[in-house]
Design a protein around this ligand. Structure first.
Ligand code: ADP
Length: 585
């Protein structure tokens, strides 16, 4: 009952628990997604940071290599000679030399500018875009070099309109500066390499102006946080934790998330800054999705596991309840059976008692006869005694008195036996001598046997042969069998009863056979059922009780099969073992 109510309560709570569990699970999944996202983001930031020194090294290597060229050329006597005394032949020679060096070193253009700012020799002199004859006196890289010896400027070419880095070195003559050697480096190749690596790279100068970059549209724009706002800011929005939103025309111009890292460029250009961005949007999404999915899955699995566990526990509980119920029922059945057995035993005892009384009644007639005769004899002896005393014959009178004593002894014996028979035999089972039991039974029926003139055929005595029984109850069985035989023999010619004994080490069989009419088949069937009798005054209990008593002793009573003359009853009993001997009752 209580468990049923609990189950009902559990059922009514189920939707609430379900909703709660689902909410928690979804919350956990979102949390896991968040964690996975920031983990992945951190990973990508690390990747950008790792790429940073490589990009820096590549950039620095290009700059360092190109920086050497004006340094060497500034001391070249050919350059000095041309600046001191320009001539067409010398110029053509230097043009060729510059072209060679530029080709070898991968410089965009290499040229020499005189102190008035006019280019007098150039690596591209033989081409239409030749710098020779152009004036560069206004350019920062020329003015700077003339003033300080060297200069560096990132700018668009005045002629080519192509961006590049100008590295310059002043050429000094004996009477002061003669001019400037200029090398222009273009970063197209480097930028292409960065781009093909999937990176977005932005370098900026001290003012925060974008120079070399993978995004051509951003060149000369301002990096975020730069002071100068005259130039447009590049579309890089700083987010938290090393993440940035970039809108690149190269892709679709829409803002996408990148992990970024930046640092100052090395010694080649100390006031430059290099930033690298790695696209993360899809990766972050994937990581978050995966984490959420895994968490959800794990949660569902855990739920399934919990449900399974609960089911199992419930099942075990049900099993335990069933076991208890079973035990209770078994106990009930045992108790019921015991009660029934007690009832049967009581009924059996009552029947035994009734049977005993019935037999007692039957025997009373015989006993009355047995006693009437001695009483009449006593009377005769007493009267004779009186007459003898009157006649003064004391000796004869004494003889008569002695006869009276003998006769009363006989009466006493009869009444003693009757008392013993009527007493309920409840004594414990023990070893009973077979001979004594047979003697007892025959003595009880001696009067009837004699009157009926029945011949009794006894087995030879078997002293020491004992069976497990109670003395009185065993006698009762034998009296029953003998008295039934006597009844059957009434009016038969040459009536006889044969008693026989068979013994094995375990069992003793006593047979009571008569030469009466035997039993008809119908009677055979119901023989051991109570109240089945063919006698007018019979109770039909004798054999029932006798059979019960035999079973009480661990034996059995049966009618021997076969329709031969008369009836033979077989009483089988356990032979008493040595240690049970002597406990007879
Ligand atoms: P009761 O003697 O009161 O009839 P019993 O149970 O002793 O009850 O016997 C049942 C019946 O079995 C008897 O009425 C009789 O018909 C039959 N019976 C018992 N013993 C013999 C026998 N030796 N020969 C023939 N019939 C017998």
């Amino acid at each position: 009952m209580a468990s049923e109510a609990a189950t009902k309560r559990a059922w009514s709570r189920r939707p609430v628990i379900l909703t709660l569990g689902l909410t928690v699970l979804i919350g956990l999944s979102l949390l896991a997604a968040q964690v996975a996202r920031s983990r992945a983001a951190a990973d990508f930031v690390q990747r950008a940071e790792a790429a940073l020194p490589l990009a820096d090294a590549a950039l620095s290597a290009v700059i360092e290599k190109q920086r050497l060229i004006p340094l060497v050329l500034a001391r070249d006597p050919e350059v000095t000679a041309l600046l001191l005394a320009p001539s067409l032949a010398a110029e053509e020679r230097l043009d060729a030399k510059l072209a060679d060096i530029a080709a070898d070193a991968g410089s965009a253009v290499l040229y020499v500018v005189n102190k008035d700012g006019m280019a007098i020799a150039a690596s591209n002199a033989d081409r239409p875009e030749s710098f020779v004859g152009s004036s560069y006196g206004f350019r920062e890289y020329f003015i700077g070099a003339m003033e300080r010896g060297t200069a560096m400027q990132y700018a668009l070419g005045t002629v080519s309109r192509r961006p590049g880095l100008y590295l310059t070195r002043r050429v000094d003559g004996p009477d002061g500066p003669l001019g400037v050697v200029v090398v222009k480096v273009e970063f197209d190749e480097l930028e292409a390499r960065w781009r093909s690596g999937g990176f977005v790279v932005v370098t900026s100068d001290a003012a925060g102006t974008v120079i070399a970059t993978t995004e051509p549209e951003w060149r000369f724009g301002k990096v975020p946080g730069a002071d100068d706002t005259a130039q447009p800011a590049i579309p890089v929005v700083v987010e938290a934790d090393g993440l940035y939103l970039l809108s690149r025309t190269a892709t679709d111009g829409r803002a996408a998330r990148y992990a970024g890292a930046g640092s100052p460029v090395g010694s080649a250009a100390p006031d430059w800054h290099l930033s690298i961005y790695v696209p993360v949007d899809t990766a972050l999404g994937r990581a978050a999705r995966n984490a959420a999915l895994m968490t959800l899955l794990a949660g569902l699995l855990a739920c399934a596991g919990l449900v399974w566990l609960q089911r199992r526990r419930r099942f075990a509980r049900a099993l335990a309840v069933m076991n208890l119920e079973l035990e209770r029922r078994v106990a009930e059945e045992v108790a019921e059976r015991e009660a029934a057995e007690t009832r049967v035993r009581r009924v059996r005892e009552e029947l035994a008692q009734a049977n005993r009384l019935s037999i007692l009644g039957q025997i009373t007639a015989g006993v009355a006869h047995e006693i009437n005769q001695p009483v009449a004899a006593i009377r005769t002896y007493a009267e004779n005694g009186q007459q003898l005393l009157d006649a003064g014959d004391a000796g004869e009178a004494r003889d008569n008195l002695g006869a009276i004593v003998r006769v009363t002894e006989r009466i006493g014996g009869i009444t003693r036996m009757l008392r013993g028979f009527a007493r309920r035999g409840t004594a414990p089972i023990g070893a009973v001598a077979v001979d004594e039991a047979i003697d007892g039974a025959l003595a009880l029926l001696a009067g009837r046997i004699r009157d009926a003139g029945v011949r009794i055929d006894r087995p030879p005595p078997r002293p020491g042969l004992t069976v497990l029984a109670g003395q009185i109850r065993l006698e009762q069985i034998l009296v029953n069998l003998l008295s039934n035989a006597l009844d059957a023999l009434r009016g038969r010619p040459d009536p006889g009863i044969v008693l026989s004994i068979d013994a094995t080490p375990e069992r003793v069989t006593i047979r009571v056979a008569d030469n009466g009419p035997g039993l008809d088949p119908r009677m055979r069937e119901s023989l051991f059922m109570p109240f089945s009798t063919t006698k007018e005054t019979g109770l039909g209990l004798g054999l029932v009780i006798s059979g019960d008593l035999a079973r009480e002793f661990g034996g059995s009573l049966a009618l021997e099969p076969g329709d031969g003359p008369g009836a033979t009853f077989v009483l089988e009993l356990q032979r008493a073992s040595a240690d049970a001997r002597g406990a007879a009752a």
